[in-house]
Design a protein around this ligand. Structure first.
Ligand SMILES: *[C@@H]1O[C@H](CO)[C@@H](O)[C@H](O)[C@H]1NC(C)=O
Ligand SMILES: *[C@@H]1O[C@H](CO)[C@@H](O)[C@H](O)[C@H]1NC(C)=O
Ligand SMILES: *[C@@H]1O[C@H](CO)[C@@H](O)[C@H](O)[C@H]1NC(C)=O
Length: 255
């Protein structure tokens, strides 16, 4: 399988993202030192990204017009076990679905995104018995992604990519009415002199039993910030923030 071969790259410490000496130093240190401290998380955040928006910021070439997985993040803790290395052989049976549902938009056919997510978030999620292996963690994320099926829900309520703008409450209302919980919807804020925001990321939250629960902003902040350095590492810090309730929302189609 093509992907499995590319994935072997994932075993080698990936320094391609190192844009500055300090970033490289930090990466080297964090892979050399096991930081162990107790972490108690109470919520899992299933984060979806809209590829066109992500690629608009990161200058990649989106060719996917469905919401993809960004990650499954415990609400507390980052990089909980640096000696637990990502190993794509352990999720080999999941790779076809991973490539489709959880693609690395920056480095297609590479495992660097999954490796990053495992180290940063998966090793923390793994304190729960239900998520204490790479296979359990990634397969649960895929299972939840398919179960919530955000793409179908949005389509069902005629929220589809369009050159016309939506109101924020159209989008939020459709999602929250359907799931019956509060979600967190993030946008790229308008650039100067502009008055539209661009839909980019949607977080849906689960409790320890994988039952839907309300996302609350004070809990999701930490985990959302958690992936910021992935973007810093690729030298293009993208700033998603909670969408403004009073500003039109652009849900961009493929360019
Ligand atoms: C998108 O492009 C990537 C890299 O060129 C390719 O591997 C992938 O199969 C494409 N995906 C789709 C859905 O066309
Ligand atoms: C970290 O991961 C290693 C390798 O899987 C494991 O042996 C060790 O018990 C883990 N440490 C903690 C604190 O969970
Ligand atoms: C990765 O996992 C496979 C299957 O469990 C195992 O045989 C292999 O030794 C592991 N590789 C590393 C580098 O740990």
């Amino acid at each position: 399988m093509k992907s499995a071969v590319y994935c072997q790259i994932g075993f080698i410490p990936d320094m391609r993202h190192c844009s500055a000496f300090l970033v490289c130093l930090a990466a080297a240190l964090s892979s050399a030192i096991v930081i162990s401290h107790p972490h108690t998380w109470t919520k899992l955040i299933l984060t979806h990204q809209w590829p066109t928006t992500f690629c608009g910021v990161e200058h990649c070439h989106p060719n996917i017009s469905y919401w993809t997985l960004h990650g499954l993040w415990p609400d507390k803790g980052n990089d909980c076990n640096s000696s637990w290395h990502f190993n794509s052989s352990q999720i080999e049976d999941l790779l076809p679905d991973m490539e489709k549902s959880w693609p690395d938009l920056l480095h297609p056919a590479s495992c660097s995104f999954w490796k990053y997510e495992w180290h940063k978030h998966g090793t923390c999620a793994a304190t729960a018995d239900s998520l204490n292996s790479q296979h359990k963690y990634f397969s649960k994320a895929l299972e939840l992604y398919h179960k919530v099926d955000l793409n179908s829900v949005l389509r069902k309520f005629d929220i589809t990519p369009s050159e016309k703008y939506f109101t924020f409450s159209q989008i939020e209302g459709a999602i929250e009415n359907f799931y019956g919980v509060k979600v967190k919807i993030q946008c790229i804020p308008p650039s100067k002199n502009d008055d539209i925001q661009i839909l980019g990321q949607i977080e849906i939250c689960f409790d320890l039993d994988f039952t839907l629960m309300d996302c609350e902003k004070q809990f999701t902040m930490e985990a959302s910030k958690g992936d910021w350095d992935y973007r810093v590492a690729v030298d293009k810090a993208s700033e998603f923030s909670v969408c403004d309730h009073n500003m039109p929302v652009y849900y961009p189609p493929l360019p």
